[in-house]
Design a protein around this ligand. Structure first.
Ligand code: AMP
Ligand code: MG
Length: 415
């Protein structure tokens, strides 16, 4: 891998490529349509039905012959009534209308609908005054004018949004072929961590990474599995990891990957998995480990060893784990959206050979551009400040970004 000159650290793009090359989607699977939203289609979808499958009225009103109402206002004789789901067996003759509801099939002989607002019911419904002329085809939904049989609607790689799921339902695709949702185990490591609500003893801190990472995993569209806090104990950690790869598609750990004496994650994974321990030319999140741990079935399960500092954990997840998980779930666009943002205030820094991912809060201004400013505390332990960020500003090595200058911002949330 390429090292960044003068630092001996790895290039972030290279690390990303290294990870992505090793995180491939499993075999696609058919799932009930109700479970497909949020997943990615694994095959093209070609419509085998027309939508609508019959010409129907777009309005509540009267089915008419356009020629009959060309000289509106005119009075027509009402010969039938047809609701959605029903059919009229009558055929319209000159001077006749049929009361029709939205979605009901157009009766034979009718070529337009007049909306009820443009009519007046006469003789207790036996006739109708049509006040406005319409053209043939007005307020009629033609066969196939939403979806025509034979049309390719979606390519493989399409994300099943709620609307896409609706379209699939409309053409009777009940079990789409999708890339399955990844199941991702998350664990944190460290003797100092507690999460039982008890009073902090000297040296203890409350666990926060796992809670955050479980949420980030779900936000990435995967299922999360909470493996708890594992103490700095090699045997315990090995047992948890070996168990995790039997039932999960990926494992995310936090803590224990840097240079500390008690970095047991490093000790264990170095022994049981094919890992790469990296120091990357970025700030925060310099230490990162990634590798594959084989399970008993012979599958290689990706393991992401994220740093323990909470902000580093988040940034590391965003830069490496999230794209990898998206790729494992078949998404061709694995990255968060990036915008060229405007620095609403300076984003100063010193040259150190690293790319800085500065946590910023941004908003779209009246000029349509995204304006960002630092959230304040940029320490890798200052999760509270980071929690207010809406984006990561990618500040290249150098002296920072001047006010008013542009900076690439990776959007973490757009609501
Ligand atoms: P480590 O990478 O294990 O050396 O941890 C680096 C820093 O992150 C230390 O200050 C740890 O206490 C802290 N840390 C590690 N894991 C967590 C966690 N799950 N929640 C909150 N802080 C953590
Ligand atoms: Mg630790």
């Amino acid at each position: 891998m390429i090292r960044v000159a003068d630092t001996g650290l790895l290039d972030v793009g290279e690390v990303r490529r290294h990870v992505l090359e090793r995180c491939t989607p499993p075999a696609p699977r058919r799932v009930p349509l109700d479970d497909a939203t949020g997943l990615v289609l694994a095959e093209a979808v070609v419509a085998e039905e027309d939508v609508p499958s019959f010409a129907n009225s777009a309005v509540d009103g009267y089915a008419v012959r356009a020629a009959d109402v060309a000289a509106a206002p005119v009075t027509l004789r009402v010969i039938d009534e047809v609701a959605a789901g029903a059919c009229s067996d009558k055929t319209l003759a000159v001077g006749e209308a049929i009361r029709i509801m939205t979605g009901a099939p157009m009766p034979a002989g009718a070529d337009a609908s007049v909306m009820v607002e443009d009519t007046e019911r006469l003789e207790a419904g036996a006739s109708v005054l049509v006040r406005r002329a319409v053209n043939a085809g007005d307020a009629v939904r033609a066969v196939g004018d939403d979806v025509a049989t034979g049309t390719k609607l979606f390519d493989p790689g399409t994300l099943v949004t709620p609307a896409v799921a609706g379209v699939l339902a409309s053409i009777n695709v009940r079990n789409p072929l999708v890339v399955p949702r990844a199941k991702v185990a998350v664990l944190s490591t460290g003797d100092e961590l507690i999460d039982d609500g008890s009073e902090l003893q000297p040296g203890q801190i409350r666990e926060s990474n796992k809670t955050m990472l479980l949420g980030l995993v779900r936000q990435a569209g995967a299922d999360s599995v909470d493996l708890g806090i594992v103490r700095d104990d090699e045997a315990a950690l090995e047992a948890v990891l070996r168990d995790a790869v039997e039932s999960c598609d990926a494992v995310v750990t936090s803590g224990g990957v840097s240079m500390g004496d008690y970095d047991v994650v490093k000790a264990v994974l170095s022994r049981i998995a094919d890992m790469r321990w990296m120091q990357i030319a970025i700030k925060p999140a310099k230490p990162f480990a990634f590798g594959l741990l084989a399970n008993s079935a012979g599958s290689n399960i990706p393991v992401f060893g994220l740093p323990g500092n909470p902000v580093s954990s988040l940034v590391s997840f965003e830069l490496f784990a999230r794209p990898a998980l998206r790729q494992m779930m078949g998404d061709p666009t694995v990255d968060r959206p990036a915008v060229l943002a405007v620095a609403a205030a300076p984003l100063p820094r010193r040259p150190d050979g690293k790319t800085h991912y500065v946590r910023v809060a941004g908003e779209f201004g009246p000029d349509g551009r995204y304006h960002v400013r630092s959230v304040g505390g940029q320490g890798s332990h200052q999760l509270a400040a980071t929690a207010t960020a809406t984006a990561l500003a990618v500040v290249p090595d150098g002296d920072g970004i001047d006010e008013g200058a542009t900076v690439t911002a990776l959007l973490l949330s757009v609501v």
